[in-house]
Ligand binder design. Structure first.
Ligand SMILES: O=C(O)[C@H](O)COP(=O)(O)O
Length: 301
C-alpha cells in the first residue's frame, strides 16, 4: 500500500495472541501474558512495519503507546527489539502529558495508559466464551460483544478482582482474576481515577477520546511526527478507529480486530481529519478478524 505524503500514520495493532485468547476465555482487565505464538505474531508485525516504512520513506515511530496490561507491553517490547530500537516506558495516569518534552532519537518514548486498556468485560472476565454463549444465547452474546451500547454484567470487585498475595484458588469459580487494583493501578488511584467494573464500547470511546486528543495527537503535532505506534486491544482499537474515522454507532458493530496485524490510519497532519486506512497484510487480517467474530461459536481456536 502506498502511503500518501505529508500525513500522520497512526500505526495501530491489537496485541499478539494471549494465554486467554488461546483458551477462548474473556480477558478484559485480567493481566494475561502473550503465548509463544503471540510473540511470533509481534515479531512479524514489526517486520511488516519496517517494510512499510522503508518502502514509503516513513521514519520508524519515535513515540509508542500501550495500555497498562502486560500483553500490550510485551507486544511493544518484542516489536521494538525486532526493529533494533529501545523503548523508554512511562505510565500516564491522567490525560495530560508534557508534549514539549524532547524526544531522544535513539529511544522510542512509550506512554502507557489505562485508557488504552481493553474494555472491562465485567463478570464475563475469566469465563469461557462457549459457556457464556450457551448461557446468554447468540443475540445477547453478540449484542454485548459488538453493539456500541452492549454492556456485560458488572464484576463483583469485592470478590473476583482483589487478588490477595496468597491467592489460594478462586472464590468465584473463576480460574483467572484481575490483579489487585491497589497494586496495579496505584498511580491512577493516587490521581483520583475511577476505574470501571464493566464497560460498553461507548464507555471505552468516552475514556479513550481525551487521551487520543490531548496526548497522542498533541505529541504528533508538537513534534511534527510522521508516524506513531499504538498497541491496544480488540475493543480499544475499535474505539480508536471509531473516533479517528468517525465510524457510526451502527457500522462499528461490524468491525472485528485480529491479533497483531498492523493497521495504518492516515490522518491529515494539519487537521487530523481521516485520510485513509489499510492493513499491512489485508489477507491475514481479514481471515483472522472473521475468526475473532466466530469465537465462542466453535471450540478452542
Ligand atoms: O478481552 C477479551 O477477551 C478479548 O479481547 C475480547 O474479545 P471479543 O470482544 O472479541 O470477544
Amino acid at each position: 500500500m502506498t502511503a500518501s505524503s505529508n500525513s500522520l500514520k497512526v500505526i495501530l495493532l491489537r496485541h499478539g495472541q494471549s494465554e486467554l485468547n488461546h483458551e477462548n476465555i474473556f480477558c478484559g482487565w485480567i493481566d494475561a501474558r502473550l503465548t509463544e505464538k503471540g510473540k511470533v505474531q509481534a515479531r512479524n508485525a514489526a517486520k511488516l512495519i519496517q517494510k512499510y516504512c522503508r518502502e514509503n520513506k516513513v521514519p520508524l515511530p519515535q513515540v509508542g503507546y500501550t495500555s497498562r496490561l502486560l500483553r500490550t507491553q510485551q507486544t511493544m517490547e518484542v516489536m521494538l527489539d525486532e526493529m533494533g530500537l529501545k523503548g523508554s516506558y512511562e505510565v500516564v495516569p491522567g490525560v495530560e502529558w508534557d508534549v514539549e518534552e524532547g524526544l531522544d532519537g535513539d529511544i522510542v518514548k512509550v506512554l502507557q495508559s489505562w485508557r488504552l486498556n481493553e474494555r472491562h468485560y465485567g463478570s464475563w472476565q475469566g469465563q469461557r466464551k462457549p459457556q457464556i454463549l450457551k448461557e446468554y444465547g447468540k443475540e445477547q452474546y453478540m449484542y454485548i460483544r459488538r453493539d456500541y451500547w452492549g454492556k456485560p454484567p458488572a464484576a463483583d470487585l469485592k470478590r473476583e478482582m482483589v487478588q490477595e498475595t496468597n491467592d489460594a484458588g478462586s472464590l468465584t469459580g473463576y480460574e483467572f482474576k484481575e490483579p489487585n487494583r491497589h497494586q496495579k493501578y496505584g498511580l491512577e488511584e493516587q490521581n483520583g481515577v475511577e476505574l470501571p467494573d464493566s464497560e460498553s464500547l461507548r464507555d471505552v470511546v468516552e475514556r479513550m477520546r481525551p487521551f487520543l486528543t490531548n496526548v497522542v495527537l498533541e505529541m504528533a503535532k508538537q513534534h511534527n511526527l510522521d508516524s506513531c505506534l499504538l498497541v491496544g486491544h480488540g475493543s480499544s482499537v475499535r474505539s480508536i478507529l471509531k473516533i479517528l474515522q468517525e465510524i457510526s454507532d451502527e457500522e462499528i458493530k461490524n468491525v472485528d480486530i485480529p491479533n497483531a496485524t498492523p493497521l495504518v490510519v492516515e490522518l491529515n497532519k494539519d487537521t487530523f481529519k481521516f485520510v485513509n486506512r489499510y492493513y499491512l497484510d489485508p489477507e491475514t487480517a481479514s481471515i483472522d478478524a472473521e475468526k475473532v467474530r466466530q469465537e465462542g461459536f466453535q471450540n478452542n481456536p
